[in-house]
Design a protein around this ligand. Structure first.
Ligand code: HEC
Ligand code: HEC
Length: 375
């Protein structure tokens, strides 16, 4: 800045000061109004939009890919250009240089002009930086793989109960029975013939706190034959899974707890009117999932009969076909009635299905065992 510029600037400053406004309170007041508006906006966003829930943090979950918030993604993406031993350039040198460049701005940018057209270098340089940040952010979003099972987090109580029911049906029913009723175990290695006590009893529910149930599932009771299910111990269940499981047990088996509206419906096996034709998708799949899949899925021997999908249900098993469309003498139907046949004994082994459920199977087989509901 030369002397002439300085004199001009000072004059302009004095003029502005004469007819200008005071910092306190005028300017401060305006700033506060804007701050308050932003504060209200944030409260509104937090209350009505919120943050998408992710599963509970679980240090033993190796499938989880940690990643920064979107506004840090450009930094994260930059690391990809500095692999291995050069990482420190991307994590430290460049960000620190950028901060210093901003701090030292008054010392090297002495251009007195304020109109953007007269500040070509500053505007141009900043545009390049912003464009690079936008580019890196977009690149990061596009190239990062989606989180596995993201979005599958149950956040409401009914959704948690229902998620817990599904986990229970697959992981626990083979030993504890579909409803926690216990009984004599069949088809489980090491526990063949063991008489399991009920875990759905009021005795059990009144004497076990949620924490205790959580720990039993996470750590197991290996000396008694109950395997650990926590991921840290080689099991399949994450912390949110076990939470959901405990919520399910508490709300289903503890008669002191009131079941919230909506929870009962999400768990219910769909009802069937007297003239409706049952289908696999609507009627059979939920029953099979609750009462059979725990023992009849890949990894379990049980005559290699897998019941996880329509085609497996119809076509797998050592004594297949276990279902013959239209034939009430099909293995599966006879075993539901507790008959002992070549394929095996009563199914499920511990406790017969209720007559209502058996009749759904019978009506379905009689109608030709359709997969999809009739239109
Ligand atoms: C391989 C068989 C097996 C599986 C699968 C299994 N358990 Fe167990 N569980 C046992 C055995 C055995 C015991 C000990 C029971 C006893 O003392 O009679 C037990 C005990 C329990 C107890 C009672 C402990 C107590 O002190 O009262 C609870 C609760 C329980 N299991 C919950 C579960 C849940 C929930 C699952 C599913 C994640 C599950 N179990 C899966 C075999 C199993
Ligand atoms: C507790 C474990 C368990 C549960 C639950 C269970 N099964 Fe089984 N299932 C077995 C075992 C074990 C066998 C082998 C035969 C035997 O030992 O009786 C078997 C065999 C079968 C077979 C003969 C398969 C073949 O091709 O040989 C059919 C059909 C069958 N089960 C149907 C069902 C149905 C339907 C349900 C649910 C309503 C069910 N099972 C629930 C353990 C189970």
């Amino acid at each position: 800045m030369n002397d002439l510029q300085k004199a001009q600037y000072k004059e302009k400053y004095l003029r502005a000061k004469r007819n200008g406004e005071k910092f306190f309170p005028d300017s401060l007041y305006r700033d506060m109004l804007v701050m308050f508006a932003i504060f209200l906006l944030l409260v509104g966003l937090a209350a009505f939009v919120g943050v998408a829930a992710e599963p509970k943090a679980d240090p033993s979950d190796t499938a989880y890919i940690p990643r920064p918030e979107w506004y840090f993604l450009f930094l994260f993406e930059m690391l990809k250009f500095f692999p291995g031993s050069l990482e420190w350039v991307g994590t430290t040198v460049i960000p620190v240089a950028a901060v210093f460049a901003l701090l030292l701005l008054p010392f090297y940018d002495k251009n007195p002009a304020r109109h953007w057209k007269k500040r070509k270098f500053a505007i141009g340089f900043m545009s390049v930086v912003v464009a690079a940040m936008v580019f890196l952010t977009i690149r990061a979003v596009v190239t990062t793989p989606a989180q596995e099972n993201a979005g599958a987090v149950a956040t409401t109580l009914p959704a948690q109960i229902s998620a817990g029911q599904d986990i229970y049906s697959v992981q626990c029913a083979e030993c504890h029975g579909a409803e926690g009723e216990g009984g004599v175990i069949k088809g489980v290695k090491g526990l063949e013939g063991y008489k399991m006590k009920a875990i759905n009893s009021q005795d059990e529910m009144y004497t076990r706190m949620d924490d205790t149930l959580y720990n039993i599932v996470e750590y197991g009771q290996p000396d008694l034959g109950m395997p650990p299910f926590g991921k840290a111990f080689g099991g399949e269940l994450s912390r949110s899974d076990i939470d959901n499981l405990v919520t399910f047990m508490r709300y289903t088996w503890d008669n002191r707890v009131e079941v919230p509206k909506g929870a009962a419906q999400t768990n219910a096996i769909p009802a069937l009117g007297p003239n409706d034709i049952p289908s696999y998708d609507v009627n059979i799949a939920p029953i099979v999932k609750r009462y059979c899949v725990s023992c009849h899925r890949p990894g379990k021997e049980n005559n290699n009969y897998y019941m996880g999908s329509y085609s497996d249900l119809m076509n797998s098993g050592d004594h297949k076909p276990n279902i013959v469309a239209g034939d009430l003498n099909s293995n599966l139907i006879r075993m539901l009635h507790g008959e002992k046949i070549e394929a095996g004994g009563a199914m499920p082994p511990t406790k017969a299905l209720s007559p209502d459920l058996i009749s759904i199977f019978e009506r379905w087989v009689k109608a030709g065992a359709p997969e999809k509901p009739a239109k």
